[in-house]
Write a protein that binds this ligand. Structure first.
Ligand code: SAM
Length: 231
């Protein structure tokens, strides 16, 4: 994938001091993640480490950047709310040794969080502009274990399949068949399933026996997964 074309989106997007940003991340963790049950210390450390302001439009005040809501990132797409990013990461139960497949790169923030929790992240986006921007941001932050690919992620990415974990950040009516085939036995997929307007966040476990087991975690609202196996 070609690296981001633009100057340096990280510096362009960071109008405040590192100390202010760190304090905002600490507040986000104490206010929105810990009280709602996020417990995985590695997830909390990743959420405390990755500067979210680098992945949104420049000039947004830190209070808004770290508020617990989604933000527009252009092309009708969003960066997910911090709690949802942390919850999905926790549900993936990453050990640090696996390759994770993310479907829906968006701003690149979710992939940046996952890159602190897994050995390697493969992330797929259908909009070239978003992927190129995200790629520039990872480079600026020195996140070297993320591989971004422009493709229809509803078909997964067979290049590095099977994956220890799959994180789908766009909503589907049903689990795309090709994604099921790309989970390692003992691995799992987190995916929002439901209508275009409202979904349930689900975890699909692939047992060592080869059986799939589905767990519904909570209600959620994601932009649709567009593609051959999506909407
Ligand atoms: N993880 C992202 C982040 O941290 O900013 C948030 C992703 S946003 C909620 C969902 C993304 O999925 C959008 O960028 C959208 O373009 C992408 N998307 C939708 N359908 C897709 C598909 N079939 N393949 C790849 N990306 C897709």
């Amino acid at each position: 994938m070609p690296p981001g074309q633009s100057q340096d989106p990280t510096t362009a997007a960071e109008p405040t001091s590192g100390a202010e940003s760190l304090a905002a991340r600490g507040l986000m963790v104490r206010r929105d993640l810990l009280p709602r049950g996020i417990r995985d210390q590695r997830v909390i450390t990743a959420m405390t480490t990755i500067p979210r302001e680098c992945f949104v439009e420049a000039g947004i005040p830190l209070e808004e950047v770290y508020a617990d809501g989604p933000l527009a990132i252009g092309l009708g797409q969003t960066i997910s709310q911090p709690y949802m990013v942390a919850l999905m990461a926790e549900l993936l139960q990453l050990t640090g040794r696996e390759t994770v497949l993310e479907i829906g790169t968006g701003s690149g923030y979710g992939a940046a969080i996952l890159s602190r929790l897994a050995e390697r992240v493969v992330t797929i986006e259908r909009h070239r502009e978003l992927l190129e921007k995200a790629s520039g941001k990872w480079q600026s932050l020195g996140l070297c274990n993320i591989f971004g690919q422009l493709a229809d992620g509803s078909q997964g990415w067979s290049g590095e399949s099977p994956y220890g974990a799959i994180c789908v950040t766009a909503a589907a009516l049903r689990v795309p068949g090709p994604l099921l085939d790309q989970i390692l036995p003992g691995g799992r997929m987190v995916i929002p399933l439901g209508s275009r307007s409202v979904q349930s966040l689900c975890v699909i476990h692939l047992e060592a026996s080869g059986q799939y087991r589905e767990e519904q975690v909570c209600g959620c609202r994601f932009v649709p997964l567009i593609g051959r196996e999506g909407w």
